[in-house]
Design a protein around this ligand. Structure first.
Ligand code: SF4
Length: 356
């Protein structure tokens, strides 16, 4: 319906408006109103000179992102498959907080992924390209519209969808600025988390950025040998190197890093591994998120991973708690709509299964 404003910084829009013979001062309120609802503001919401309004409405929409598929889980999780201007697709997920009227959003940073984490569906369709900051903001706006329509508030956003954010770190940082900054999305810096499988130079770049978002590191194993089987990037960066980079982020930003740990039956969920994890993170005062695995079918290495049994997961959790580590246990959300990263896109990219 109008220019895809998520692709512009305010300064760029100011220059554009001036080149059209309009006042630059219209840019900031327009951007703020656009981000507030994820839609171009009607005249009653924001008064704009009619020539400027018409020019924006007539602008090419070549960069627009559209909702291709919308799946709603019985637990309220909503998964969107968004179609990009070049036909590529990415997933964004809205996860309700069962305790209230707040929701969390999960945003993708790349089309596909090159990291080949063995238990992940995204990597099965390979890597296509990095997303621009505007394409990530478009996901945020789509999730904000979803939340508004459900009379919920989009409270937090995590860059944990498809792709490795720190292999696209400059565009991710620009997207974070637009989502968190009060002149744009106004979500707040502390409401944003960037999650990585442990790209050390990328973590260093986040530290240098000096912004107050959260950092989450997907560890998934407490020793390098087990980790390298699950996450091939573990052959490039050791756990010690990753945690040293995370230590620096934590020291500079003054807030605990979160360690993500997806419990896989018989792979990384022994009590001995729990004690090793506790030894790694306890003295660092990092927090741990234990995740329940959402099965994604046979892995690249031919393994059918399964979630830990509830009893084993509870015992693992107890070891961390007894070591004094702040630990949250995240249950799997939206399994009936393929809500694990990459599953929906994989389903839409695959030919329908036939029985023989
Ligand atoms: S878990 Fe994340 S980094 Fe690993 S393959 Fe999947 S999308 Fe990529």
């Amino acid at each position: 319906v109008a220019a895809a404003l998520e692709h512009y910084r305010i300064e760029e829009l100011e220059s554009l408006f001036e080149s059209w013979g309009c006042k630059a001062s219209h840019a900031a309120p327009l951007v703020r109103a656009y981000y507030a609802t994820g839609a171009f503001p009607a005249q009653g919401v924001l008064a704009l000179p009619s020539a400027l309004r018409q020019r924006l409405i007539d602008s090419p929409t070549a960069l627009s992102t559209t909702v291709d598929t919308r799946d709603v889980s019985s637990d309220g999780t909503v998964k969107l498959l968004l179609r990009l201007h070049d036909g590529g697709t990415v997933e964004s997920v809205m996860i309700p907080d069962l305790a209230g009227r707040r929701v969390a959003g999960c945003i993708s940073s790349q089309v596909g992924c090159s990291m080949q984490c063995d238990f992940c569906a995204t990597t099965k369709t390979g890597f296509e390209r990095n997303l621009s900051a505007g394409e990530m903001v478009a996901q945020f706006l789509a999730l904000r519209r979803e939340a508004d329509a459900a009379d919920q508030r989009l409270q937090t956003v995590v860059f944990m969808g498809m792709g490795e954010p720190l292999l696209n770190v400059d565009e991710v940082l620009e997207a974070v600025r637009r989502i968190a900054d009060n002149r744009y999305g106004g979500l707040g810096w502390r409401q944003v988390t960037i999650s990585t499988v442990g790209i050390v130079p990328g973590i260093e770049k986040l530290t240098e950025a000096g912004l107050a978002f959260h950092l989450a590191v997907s560890l998934h194993a407490p020793d390098d040998m087990t980790r390298a089987k699950l996450l091939p990037t573990g052959k490039r960066y050791t756990i010690n190197e990753i945690l040293r980079a995370a230590d620096l982020f934590q020291a500079r930003r003054g807030r605990p890093v979160t360690i993500q740990y997806c419990l896989l039956r018989g792979i990384n969920d022994s009590l001995d591994q729990a004690r090793q994890l506790a030894a790694l993170v306890g003295r660092r005062r990092m927090h741990v998120n234990l995740l329940t695995y959402n099965p994604t079918g046979t892995s690249l290495r031919g393994i059918d991973y399964e979630p830990s049994t509830p009893e084993q997961a509870d015992a693992f959790h107890a070891v961390l708690r007894e070591a004094g580590i702040v630990t949250h246990f995240r249950k799997s959300r939206g399994p009936d709509i393929d809500a694990a990263c990459g599953q929906l896109r994989h389903r839409h990219a695959s030919p329908p299964e036939t029985s023989s």
